[in-house]
Design a protein around this ligand. Structure first.
Ligand SMILES: *Cc1c(COP(=O)(O)O)cnc(C)c1O
Length: 358
């Protein structure tokens, strides 16, 4: 790099980052990213096609996406006195939260290992991040969390509920005590709500410090990029100030609104995934040397003797999964499998059995 290189002007924290790696899934059975493996019903797809044919793409999107927000309010049961704000995926909402709460001296805090975007986005916006280790069984270390909250007085706490990549659901009473103790805002990230059926949404009208974040990504609409954040009106109004005016594109708005008329389809698909998750978990547990962790999400975390070898062997058999080895000391030799269709799960099981010589 010459002294005049423009790279010299890039912030050091950004230069030090590796870009977010997404594996090329071409031709592979894709069980790496917690997508719903099912398609939408054909009738619905035809309706979407005609909506698309008439979509006014020459115009900017409806800025506040009011009609979609209203539909989400009803479908998700947002409490009175609360409002919701939409994001281009919940990743964008995390970014907005970080921008809004990143006052001088403020920190973001989350247990770890957890969803990596919290820490990444803190780095993007220059907000200090405090990671508090989970216990070895991946439950919240209440004492350590409360001590860290007392010490760092975080402006923002993120709790993924259920947690990714571990799959477990934290104890709701501990989550509540963290909300009570935190001086700032606690975001309960319910990205996997469709598979856990447990939520803090109904508590929001009586605790203004809590926010609930959801996404349609894991539920079958990952390609649309639509997340939403629910909280008290006043707080949501502040967050809305940093939302870029047209962050939800027109196609996402009209498609999501239409698909939410058939939320029963998404709910049925999630129910199938949950029952297949239990089957897959039980079968994986029979394999030699595989430790299966309990999951309330649409993926399963396992520990094996050699994660890299399993990951590579599965790839050779055209199955793409996530190798978590190296991402956190607690995830040594851990693999994460998204629950696919029954057929895909069978392929995964057979391939893994072959690799492990079972
Ligand atoms: C996948 C995931 C998200 C992000 O979802 P979007 O696709 O950006 O809506 C947020 N939180 C957790 C815990 C996740 O696993």
């Amino acid at each position: 790099m010459t002294p005049s290189s423009p790279l010299a002007a890039v912030r050091d924290e950004i230069r030090a980052l590796a870009s977010y790696h997404v594996a090329d899934p071409a031709g592979l059975v894709k069980l790496d990213a917690m997508e719903n493996p099912y398609e939408l019903p054909e009738v619905l797809r035809h309706e979407l096609a005609s909506l698309m044919a008439n979509c006014p793409v020459n115009r900017y999107p409806t800025a506040g996406a009011d009609s979609l927000r209203q539909r989400l309010r009803e479908v998700m049961g947002v409490p009175a006195g609360c409002d919701l704000i939409l994001g281009n995926g919940s990743d964008e909402l995390i970014q907005m939260l970080a921008m809004v709460f990143n006052r001088p001296g403020a920190v973001m805090l989350a247990p770890e290992p957890t969803f990596v975007m919290y820490r990444m986005i803190a780095t993007f916006v220059g907000m200090p991040f405090v990671g508090v280790p989970l216990k070895a069984d991946f439950s919240l270390d209440e004492e350590a969390m409360l001590a860290a909250i007392a010490e760092h007085k975080p402006a923002l706490v993120f709790l993924a509920y259920p947690n990714n990549p571990t799959g477990n659901l934290f104890d709701a009473r501990v989550v509540q005590r963290i909300i009570d103790a935190a001086p700032g805002v606690v975001v309960v990230d319910e990205a996997y709500f469709p598979f856990s059926d447990t939520s803090f949404l109904h508590t929001l009208d009586r605790q203004p410090k809590a926010l609930v974040m959801r996404t349609l990504s894991k539920q079958g609409l990952a390609g649309l990029r639509l997340g939403f954040l629910v909280g008290g009106n006043d707080l949501v109004a502040e967050l809305d100030k940093v939302r870029l005016p047209y962050n939800i594109n027109t196609l996402t708005q009209i498609f999501a609104e239409k698909i939410l008329e058939r939320v029963d389809v998404l709910i049925d698909q999630a129910a199938a995934i949950v029952s297949d998750r239990e089957l897959l978990a039980a079968r994986l547990a029979e394999l030699p040397g595989v430790e299966v962790y309990p999951s309330a999400a649409n993926f399963i975390l396992c520990r094996v003797a050699d994660a890299a070898a399993c990951h590579q062997g599965l790839k050779q058999r055209n199955i793409l999964i996530k190798n978590l080895h190296g991402s956190h000391p607690f995830l040594e030799n851990c693999l994460r499998f998204t629950v696919g269709t029954a057929e895909e799960n069978e392929q995964l099981f057979a391939a893994l059995a072959a690799i492990l010589g079972a």
